[in-house]
Ligand binder design. Structure first.
Ligand SMILES: Cc1cc2nc3c(=O)[nH]c(=O)nc-3n(C[C@H](O)[C@H](O)[C@H](O)COP(=O)(O)OP(=O)(O)OC[C@H]3O[C@@H](n4cnc5c(N)ncnc54)[C@H](O)[C@@H]3O)c2cc1C
Length: 509
C-alpha cells in the first residue's frame, strides 16, 4: 500500500500553483490535481500587487512576471468636461523593490507558475476531480476521478481546498460560505480599443456607474470592465453592446474592436466561516470572494497559499508543532475579512444606484478629482492597503516581541521591508532567517549555538551590522513567508530561544 500523502492540493488555479511551489521547495510529499483539462486561457485577474511580487520572488518567478507584464503608473480619470491624471503608486512605495501594480493576464501568471513547477518535476494532474473526501482516523481518504472516469483512492494527512468559489473541499468539510450577491451585472472584455492613450488605466465615471480600461498586452491590448446599466436587459455580450455602453459612460471617440473574450457575470461577497476544519484547509477563492475592486482576489489567494505552505511542510516533517497550523486561520481570516470589507466599500461607492452616491459621482467627483493628487495621506493609505504591503500578523500567536521593542523598524508580525535596499533579496532563500544587527562581536557562534542546536538546517544567520531595518542592536527572526516572527532590542538571547523552542522544537514533534 502506498504511504499517505502529506498534502493533497485540490485545484491548480493561482492559489494551488503557489501552494505547490512552496511545498516543492520544502520537499513535502504532495499531489496537485485539477478537474479542468487545461489551465485558464482568459485574462481574469489582471493586477499583481507589490506584496505578491515580493512573496513570489523567492521562487525566482517575479522577474519573468514583471518582464511579461505592464506597469501602469497613471490613472486617467475622464470626467464630463476634462480628464484628470492621477499618479498611481508614487507614494508610500519606498520600501519595496516592486513599487507598481503589474498588469498581467491570469493566464500568463498561471503559465509562469506552471512552468516553474514543471521545471521542478511537479506534475499538475489535470482532468482529475476530487469527488469524495472522508476522514478516517488521522487521515483523509480522497476519491479522485480521472478523465477516463476511472476512480483512484489516495490517503492524505491534509487536504487544501484551492478549488475556487464552488469548493468541493469546503462543502465536504461542512464549512459555511456566507455572504451576498450584488444586484448589478458586470461586463468584461479583452479587446483592442482605438483612441485610448497607452500605458495608463482609464476610468470614466458618471452618476450611472463606472467604466474602466486596463492596459493588458496579452491576450489583447485592453481589458474593459463596466457595470451593465439597469435599463439594458441581460442579453448575450456583443461588441455593439459594449460600444454602446462605453458611449453611455462618456467614452466617446473610442472604437472597440477585435475582442478575444467577452462575458458578463454577477459578483458575490462571501467568506468561509473557518479556514480550517481538522485536516481540511481552504485558501483563495474557496475561502473568500468579492468584487474585483482594487485587484485583490488572486493576490489574496496567492498570499493565503504562501502563509500556509511552509507551515504544512514543517509540521509534516516533524519540525514544527501541529499548533502552528492554527495560526493560518488566525492570520489569514482577518485579512480575508478586511479585503471583503474594503472591496465592498470601493465597489458600492463606484457603482451604487443610491441617489446620494449617484449625485456624488456625477457632481462632486469632477470638482474633487483634481485635488486627489495633492491628498498625500489618503493616497498613501490607499497604496499601502491596495498593494497589500500593509498586511501584518501582529496579533498572531506566532508573533512575539521580546522584553524590549526596537524603537523603529518592523514589529513582530510585520512583513520585512526592503530597507535597506536589497535586504529582501538577501533573505529570499527558503527557511527562517535570523537577522542580527549591531557589532558582529555581539553574536559569536558559541552564543548562537543553543538557538540553532537541532535546527541549523532551518535557520540561516545574517549578521547585518548597521545595514539593518532596526536602528538598535536587535534580533529579528524572519519566517519563511517574509514576516517577522520574533523581534527584540538588545543582545540577550533568552526570548529568541524560547520562541524557537516553541515553534521549531529541536526534538521532532
Ligand atoms: C470572469 C472572471 C473575471 C475575473 N476578473 C478578476 C479581476 O479582474 N481581478 C481579480 O482580482 N480577480 C478576478 N477574478 C477572480 C480571480 O480569477 C480569482 O480570484 C482567482 O482565480 C482565484 O484563484 P484560485 O486559485 O483561488 O481559484 P480558481 O482560479 O477558481 O481555481 C480553482 C481551480 O480548482 C479546480 N477545481 C474545482 N473543483 C475541483 C475539484 N473538485 N477537483 C479538482 N479540481 C477542482 C478548478 O478547475 C480550478 O482550476 C475573475 C474571475 C472570473 C471568473
Amino acid at each position: 500500500m502506498t504511504p499517505p500523502l502529506d498534502v493533497l492540493v485540490v485545484g491548480a488555479g493561482p492559489t494551488g500553483l503557489a501552494l505547490a511551489a512552496q511545498l516543492r521547495t520544502y520537499g513535502t510529499r504532495f499531489r496537485i490535481v485539477d478537474r479542468s483539462l487545461d489551465r485558464v486561457r482568459e485574462s481574469r485577474a489582471l493586477g499583481i500587487q507589490p506584496r505578491t511580487l515580493e512573496a513570489l520572488a523567492g521562487f525566482g518567478v517575479t522577474e519573468e512576471l514583471v518582464d511579461r507584464g505592464n506597469t501602469a503608473m497613471r490613472l486617467r480619470l475622464h470626467l464630463a468636461r476634462r480628464t484628470v491624471s492621477v499618479p498611481l503608486f508614487d507614494i508610500g512605495a519606498t520600501d519595496t523593490p516592486y513599487p507598481f501594480l503589474l498588469f498581467l493576464a491570469q493566464a500568463e501568471t498561471e503559465r509562469v507558475l506552471g512552468e516553474h513547477l514543471a521545471a521542478r518535476d511537479v506534475a499538475i494532474e489535470r482532468g482529475t476531480e476530487v469527488v469524495g473526501l472522508e476522514r478516517q482516523g488521522p487521515l483523509v481518504v480522497c476519491r479522485l476521478r480521472g478523465r477516463d472516469g476511472a476512480e483512484e483512492t489516495v490517503t492524505a494527512r491534509y487536504v487544501v481546498g484551492c478549488d475556487g468559489a464552488h469548493s468541493t473541499v469546503r462543502a465536504r468539510a461542512g464549512i459555511g460560505f456566507e455572504g451576498y450577491a450584488y444586484p448589478q451585472t458586470y461586463l468584461l472584455a479583452d479587446l483592442e480599443v482605438d483612441g485610448l492613450e497607452p500605458g495608463a488605466v482609464h476610468s470614466y465615471m458618471t452618476g450611472a456607474g463606472m467604466l474602466f480600461f486596463f492596459p493588458l498586452g496579452s491576450p489583447a491590448p485592453w481589458r474593459m470592465l463596466a457595470m451593465r446599466p439597469s435599463d439594458v436587459p441581460d442579453s448575450k455580450v456583443t461588441l455593439p453592446l459594449l460600444q454602446g455602453i462605453a458611449e453611455r459612460y462618456g467614452a466617446r471617440g473610442l472604437v472597440l474592436r477585435d475582442p478575444v473574450w467577452m462575458t458578463d457575470f454577477r459578483l458575490h461577497n462571501r467568506g468561509a466561516a473557518h479556514y480550517r476544519c481538522g485536516p481540511f484547509f481552504l485558501a483563495g477563492d474557496a475561502a473568500h470572494i468579492h468584487s474585483p475592486a482594487g485587484a485583490q482576489g488572486m493576490n489574496t489567494g496567492i498570499q493565503d497559499a504562501l502563509n500556509l505552505g511552509w507551515k504544512l511542510a514543517l509540521v509534516c516533517r516533524g519540525a514544527a508543532p501541529e499548533e502552528l497550523l492554527e495560526t493560518y486561520g488566525a492570520e489569514r481570516a482577518p485579512v480575508g475579512r478586511d479585503v471583503r470589507r474594503f472591496t465592498d466599500r470601493a465597489f458600492v461607492i463606484g457603482t451604487s444606484p443610491n441617489p446620494v452616491l449617484r449625485f456624488a459621482r456625477a457632481r462632486l467627483v469632477p470638482h474633487l478629482a483634481p485635488l486627489v493628487r495633492h491628498a498625500t495621506a489618503p493616497r498613501r493609505w490607499v497604496f499601502r492597503t491596495v498593494s497589500e504591503l500593509g498586511i501584518h500578523y501582529r496579533r498572531s500567536p506566532a508573533s512575539t516581541t521580546g522584553t524590549r521593542s526596537p524603537r523603529r523598524g518592523p514589529r513582530a508580525g510585520d512583513r520585512l521591508p526592503d530597507l535597506p535596499r536589497g535586504l529582501q533579496a538577501q533573505v529570499a532563500a527558503p527557511g527562517w532567517h535570523l537577522l542580527l544587527t549591531g557589532p558582529a562581536h555581539l553574536w559569536p557562534d558559541e552564543r548562537l549555538a543553543p538557538v540553532l542546536a537541532g535546527r541549523a538546517d532551518l535557520i540561516t544567520v545574517h549578521r547585518l551590522g548597521d545595514r539593518s531595518p532596526w536602528p538598535d542592536v536587535a534580533q529579528g527572526l524572519l519566517r519563511p513567508d517574509g514576516h517577522v516572527g520574533y523581534v527584540t532590542r538588545g543582545a540577550e538571547l533568552g526570548g529568541l530561544r524560547a520562541y524557537v523552542e516553541r515553534w521549531l522544537p529541536a526534538e521532532p514533534t
